[in-house]
Ligand binder design. Structure first.
Ligand SMILES: NC(=O)c1ccc[n+]([C@@H]2O[C@H](COP(=O)([O-])OP(=O)(O)OC[C@H]3O[C@@H](n4cnc5c(N)ncnc54)[C@H](OP(=O)(O)O)[C@@H]3O)[C@@H](O)[C@H]2O)c1
Length: 288
């Protein structure tokens, strides 16, 4: 008799993400156990309910998804879940709060379709949020030189220091971008720009982008008007605009969805996976 695929959805938000639930169902999950407003202290008992109910051989049919809009809070849930496992009593986990891992992976994969990332000069505008930081990390792991921009140099520097601790041989440089001149300096010599700013925030105007002579690939992750990169349409998917390749948030979103679904399917193939940014990116590569 086949055993049903159950997914424990842990979300730190009081209102559990409908998006994540629908993707789980569409990815073949039979039973979804949804928990919202979850704190780290509650995770162990929820995980025990999962790992004590099936034999070790059956545990690959049970899995955990960790989401929520607060990525730092979600990280505490991930630590608590992993810390609850022992011996063979464990299940696979997909960590994708706020879509941060799947979105960053999709953006970096998109860039890598059009140029060799290793050795390329790249810029992550507003690279201090969860999506931007992950994109920066993944870019550096592909050998790109990564500029991380923030409105405040201090914030960009702090993010670069923490990225450097994660990717020892990564090449990170902080930039403060607060006006046309500082944006021009940040874009100088850059081949790829990923705009990872908050919704409804314009990060670069068309004229600044036009003047950046080395720019080849523009990726904007903000779909809500005004978009992050003026002139990039949210629907763009490898759209050629004046000789530059453009991706908008919805154009990147198609790849993100494919990665998200494949990552969920992977959870039910073995019971010892923890799918964080790097693992999610590796899954994305298999889909290219
Ligand atoms: N396409 C998809 O499938 C998908 C999926 C998930 C997320 N997204 C999008 O990806 C983007 C990044 O997500 P996130 O969660 O990492 O973003 P976030 O944390 O909300 O914001 C990222 C950065 O934007 C900057 N920022 C915030 N408000 C600003 C303002 N008023 N003016 C200028 N800069 C501002 C901040 O950088 P500084 O303070 O350092 O300047 C912040 O760290 C969002 O637009 C989100 O909607 C897309």
């Amino acid at each position: 008799m086949s055993i049903s695929k159950v997914l424990l959805q842990l979300d730190s938000d009081p209102q559990i993400s409908t998006f994540d639930s629908v993707v789980a169902v569409d990815s073949g999950v039979d039973q979804l156990f949804r928990h919202g407003g979850v704190s780290a202290a509650q995770v162990r008992d929820l995980v025990y309910g999962l790992i004590f109910t099936r034999s070790p051989a059956e545990l690959k049919s049970s899995a955990i998804f960790i989401g929520g809009s607060d990525v730092a809070q979600a990280e505490t849930l991930l630590s608590a879940a992993v810390g609850s496992f022992f011996g063979p009593l464990r299940v696979s986990i997909l960590f994708d709060p706020n879509g941060a891992n799947t979105t960053a992976a999709a953006a970096v994969l998109a860039a890598g379709r059009h140029l060799q990332l290793a050795g390329s000069e790249t810029l992550v505008l507003a690279g201090t949020g969860p999506v931007g930081q992950r994109a920066a990390r993944l870019l550096a792991q592909q050998g790109a030189h990564v500029r991380v921009a923030s409105r405040r140099l201090e914030k960009a520097t702090k993010v670069c220091e923490s990225l450097q601790a994660e990717v020892a041989d990564g090449a990170f440089r902080p930039f403060a971008v607060s006006d046309d001149d500082s944006l021009k300096a940040a874009l100088n010599g850059v081949a790829v720009v990923i705009a990872a700013g908050a919704a409804n925030v314009r990060l670069a105007g068309q004229e600044n982008l036009r003047q950046a002579a080395d720019l080849q690939v523009l990726i904007d992750l903000n779909a809500a008007p005004p978009v992050g990169l003026e002139g990039v349409d949210p629907m763009d998917k490898a759209q050629d605009r004046d000789g530059r390749i453009c991706y908008g948030a919805i154009g990147v979103g198609g790849t993100k969805m494919k990665i998200h679904k494949r990552a969920l399917a992977r959870l039910f193939e073995q019971n010892d996976l923890v799918l964080n940014a790097e693992e999610v990116y590796a899954i994305g590569r298999t889909l290219e």
